[in-house]
Design a protein around this ligand. Structure first.
Ligand SMILES: Nc1ncnc2c1ncn2[C@@H]1O[C@H](COP(=O)(O)OP(=O)(O)OP(=O)(O)O)[C@@H](O)[C@H]1O
Length: 262
């Protein structure tokens, strides 16, 4: 059971380095259930590393991390059943059909074969993929694969969902559907940790936005709060201001000039 007032994710002074490279430089964070957390930051800021640490996929960090009250590396099967994950790039067994793949994943998470297949079929239908349920994933478009990944992360009805660029490849209609799904899951008390570079979506769906830069949290609050601190405009503009970036025109000019060189 998730207790509403207990943090579902806690990090204290989380630090990580790869060799001589300091990637996370002291992250402090508490997340309570029922929130969509937009986790944003420039390329290389440390977002995926944080998520992988929370999932127990990266070790060697210092500081304290508790997910659902446990250290990620200590979590057993029951703990893992409460977590769903859509990675930025995923290896899928694409010689399998969607039915075989999703039933396999569902069973890994403890569903019976019948129940996994039934849920997978119904969810595929909702995403307009009924006709390809028995078709090999290798033939799927990028967006179709992304929908299968989203389904695979949700089949077991997890309490926490980690999503890394989950709308990648989805058409505008599907984006609307997924945004609604995420809002409903959060309303039911699920926690959604959402990493993305698509600022207008993060701005709209997140209850709380955390901006990471150079392995440190440089902003944390609702979009209104982030804007309220003397900043203006869209999340994209707030992002540019907070990361001190104002060279886009200059870089574009230089880039195009080099392209045009003989
Ligand atoms: N296994 C690794 N070994 C060495 N360096 C790594 C490793 N994993 C990540 N890094 C480095 O850590 C830094 C942070 O990477 P990370 O993938 O967490 O960034 P990110 O914020 O998710 O970036 P992006 O927005 O590009 O996905 C980068 O400089 C990256 O090169």
């Amino acid at each position: 059971m998730v207790v509403a007032n207990e943090p579902i994710i806690t990090m204290r002074d989380l630090r990580m380095r790869f060799g001589e490279k300091f990637v996370l430089n002291g992250i402090d964070l508490e997340v309570h259930p029922g929130q969509i957390i937009g986790y944003i930051g420039p390329n290389g800021a440390g977002k995926s590393t944080t998520v992988k640490i929370m999932l127990g996929l990266v070790e060697g960090y210092t500081g304290e991390v508790r997910i659902l009250g446990a250290r990620p590396q200590d979590g057993g099967v029951e703990y893992k059943k409460r977590i769903g994950y859509v990675p930025e790039t995923a290896e899928m067994y694409d010689t399998l059909t969607a039915k075989e793949y999703l039933t396999f994943i569902g069973e890994l998470y403890g569903l019976s074969e019948d129940s996994a297949e039934r849920k997978a079929r119904l969810l595929m239908e909702q995403f307009g993929l009924k006709d390809v349920f028995n078709v090999r994933i290798a033939t799927f478009s990028k967006g179709m694969k992304q929908k299968v990944l989203l389904i695979s992360s949700l089949l077991h009805n997890p309490d926490i969902l980690f999503l890394d660029e989950p709308l990648s490849g989805l058409d505008a209609n599907s984006v609307m559907v997924v945004k609604e799904i995420l809002a409903r899951l959060a309303a039911q008390g699920k926690t959604i940790f959402y990493s993305s570079h698509i600022m207008d979506v993060v701005e709209k769906i997140s209850h709380r936005i955390i901006l990471l830069d150079g392995g440190r949290i440089v902003a944390d609050g609702s979009f209104e709060e982030l804007k309220g601190q003397g900043r203006e405009g869209s999340l994209e503009q707030v992002f540019n201001q907070l990361t001190g970036f104002d060279r886009h025109q200059e870089i574009a000019d230089q880039f195009v000039a080099i392209v045009q060189e003989v």
